[in-house]
Write a protein that binds this ligand. Structure first.
Ligand SMILES: [Zn+2]
Length: 348
């Protein structure tokens, strides 16, 4: 099979090429996450709170003191932030080159007090706390008028960009709306201009109708291997209800999202073995002067929908991808979804 497929949101083409004969077992990973790990020196474990900057927020047992034990989920500033929280943007130009101060927020969400607890093994109740914390922090950071966008993401494993083994995710608030999100917004706006429909609602409807790329679904969420997947076993989780903003996700939606992520992570592990991965949550930009949303996307709520994208780190990005922005994916998403559907997992 050799096929060019156009991503209906981004307008980007991907090459689905199975000539390389990559079956799920060809990707099988035996990544040992805890090789050489010494929990004694783990700054994220319970009891070592003094090794991190003071906490911003924590889900805590009643009566426990901040920056001490007794927490379930803990949010701290990144010790080595990509962007700094203090100061103004002060944008300026040097001839044709633009620059501004590196103002933003960079937080770490420590997902469990237990150094050996992986996100995929966490009890569902705990995972719901993690996702509720994501929403709470996005909500809080989006109130800062200097920030145009807040991104939640997770790197699991060294190749996926994680420097510490203890399970954690990150949040970065930026003064600029990321290019990828802008591309999604423009794509969705174009679809809406032509059809007066949300492209995300259309995708959910069509995937439910075709039943070819569904990995898992519940009342509120749909997990699919997207039609124009850029990498093997990529999964997108979409809410079944059109909602532009992750901040407005209901408690039911957050629980359903946590459940879906748990199922997908466990199916991945069943299919591919222990491997490294990334996920991220895309949502509408902050409704501030700076983001330009009100000016350029006044109808965004009607056609943009928040979602979660997850990528196993099993394929290498090569020169062709860097040079063209196209991706070559050796596993048709229909095959990946079929394989993942066949992996039975427990929700717990
Ligand atoms: Zn996205």
């Amino acid at each position: 099979m050799r096929e060019l497929r156009k991503d209906p949101v981004l307008g980007r083409w991907v090459i689905i090429s199975t000539d390389r004969g990559r079956r799920p077992q060809d990707f099988h990973a035996d990544y040992d996450h805890f090789a050489g790990f010494d929990p004694q020196h783990d700054p994220f474990r319970e009891g070592q709170e003094h090794l991190t900057p003071p906490e911003i927020y924590a889900v805590r047992a009643k009566g426990s003191e901040p920056n001490g034990p007794g927490w379930q989920v803990r949010v701290i500033p990144n010790k080595y932030p990509a962007l700094g929280i203090e100061g103004d943007l002060n944008p300026r130009g040097y001839g044709l080159y633009d620059r501004m101060n590196g103002v933003g927020a960079h937080e770490v969400i420590i997902e469990s007090p237990d150094p050996y607890m992986l996100l995929s093994d966490m009890p569902l109740k705990h995972l719901i706390e993690v996702f509720s914390t994501f929403r709470l922090r996005v909500e809080d950071l989006s109130r800062d008028s200097r920030f145009a966008y807040v991104l939640v993401f997770k790197n699991h494993g060294r190749d996926a960009g994680a420097s510490l083994r203890h399970s954690h995710s990150q949040i970065i608030a930026t003064p600029i709306v990321p290019k990828r999100v802008l591309e999604e917004m423009y794509g969705a706006q174009e679809h809406w201009k032509n059809k007066r429909r949300s492209i995300f609602v259309d995708i959910v409807d069509q995937e439910l109708m075709m039943q070819e790329r569904i990995v898992y679904q519940n009342e509120e969420m749909l997990a699919i291997c997207p039609y124009a997947s850029s990498s093997p076993f990529e999964i997108h989780i979409l809410p079944k209800r059109q909602r532009s903003d992750f901040r407005k996700a209901s408690a039911e939606e957050l629980s359903a999202l946590a459940e879906t992520v748990q199922v997908c992570l466990r199916k991945w592990r069943g299919a591919l073995g222990p491997m490294q991965y990334n996920f991220l949550i895309h949502t509408a930009p902050n409704d501030t002067e700076l983001s330009g949303v009100r000016q350029y996307f006044p109808m965004l709520d009607a056609y943009y929908c928040w979602h979660l994208e997850m990528f196993p780190r099993i394929a290498q990005t090569a020169g062709f991808e860097w040079g063209t922005g196209y991706y070559i994916n050796p596993t048709p998403p229909e095959d990946a979804a079929d394989f993942l559907r066949g992996i039975k997992v427990e929700i717990s």
